[in-house]
Design a protein around this ligand. Structure first.
Ligand code: HPA
Length: 267
């Protein structure tokens, strides 16, 4: 696996000659952040050796290198989900590649259903912890060059980055919620009882991504900032649809962009 990562990194370095400091995974409806990146290079996934190809509607697939908020970033426009049928190590492959390209921090965004009944559709939730209900990506032989066999997960999401988010949000008048993200396999949205179960075990929002990438990042010692757009009121008992998720994701884009750019400027 490590050789596959290294050969992909070598290919990318040949093409881009760019050293990103920050990696960003753009989730559902957040592709618009790309419009603010001063793009230096853009590589479609299907041109990158060993990269999986994204299949979900609304997820473009390319790796973008450029400057955002004064920082050199690499952004994944389009990510890979377990429910698409990828093996867990394929889902996290780009994160490992970004680490070997030199990133020191990972930003992750996603859409999720609000379980905490004080949340409103459209809220941004800083992810402070997660409960991973997707098969763990680190199952199997451990690669010591990536990290230790039994990684610590006491601070899955960086408190320091969370504090920066709080400051930036206060300055820019952006309302933030904080909470625990429950990562599920999907592709079904949850039944009422499943949402109730997630709430009972301490979840505030549920989504179908992120925890595999965060586990892979923490395995490699990368600090993570995660933020979720609450796109549907899962606790309300109303129907959930992919269209609604994308629509609400798009509406939150401006605030998300302002927050992330403000954070990058301050880091
Ligand atoms: N459940 C799981 N994933 C989601 C949801 C949800 O309610 N909303 C957006 N992604």
């Amino acid at each position: 696996m490590i050789n596959t990562i290294k050969s992909t990194v070598a290919f990318i370095k040949e093409r881009t000659d760019f050293e990103p400091e920050v990696g960003i995974i753009l989730g559902t409806g957040l592709g618009g952040l790309v419009n603010h990146i001063e793009i230096a290079h853009s590589l479609p996934y299907n041109e990158i050796p060993n990269f999986p190809v994204s299949t979900v509607e609304g997820h473009a697939g390319r790796l973008i290198f450029g400057t955002l908020g004064g920082k050199k970033v690499v952004a994944m426009q389009g990510r890979f989900h377990y429910y698409e049928g990828y093996a867990p190590e394929q889902v996290v492959f780009p994160v490992r590649v970004m680490k070997f390209l030199g990133i020191k921090t990972l930003f992750v965004s996603n859409a999720s259903g609000g379980i905490n009944s004080s949340f409103r559709v459209g809220d941004l939730m800083v992810i402070t912890d997660h409960i991973n209900l997707i098969p763990n990506v680190l199952i199997g032989k451990n690669c010591a060059e990536l990290g230790t066999r039994f990684p610590d997960m006491s601070e899955p999401y960086s408190k320091a980055l969370g504090a920066i988010a709080t400051e930036v949000a206060a300055e820019r008048g952006i309302k933030l919620q904080y909470g625990c993200y429950v990562g599920t396999t999907g592709p079904t949205f949850e039944t009422p009882k499943e949402y109730g179960y997630f709430k009972a075990i301490g979840g505030d929002a549920a989504g179908m991504s992120t925890t595999p990438e965060v586990i892979a990042a923490r395995h490699m010692g990368l600090p993570v900032f995660g933020i979720s757009i609450i796109t549907n009121a899962a606790f309300s008992g109303q129907k959930s649809t992919h269209e609604e998720v994308q629509e609400e994701g798009a509406k939150a884009e401006k605030r998300m962009t302002a927050l992330i750019m403000g954070m990058l400027e301050r880091m």
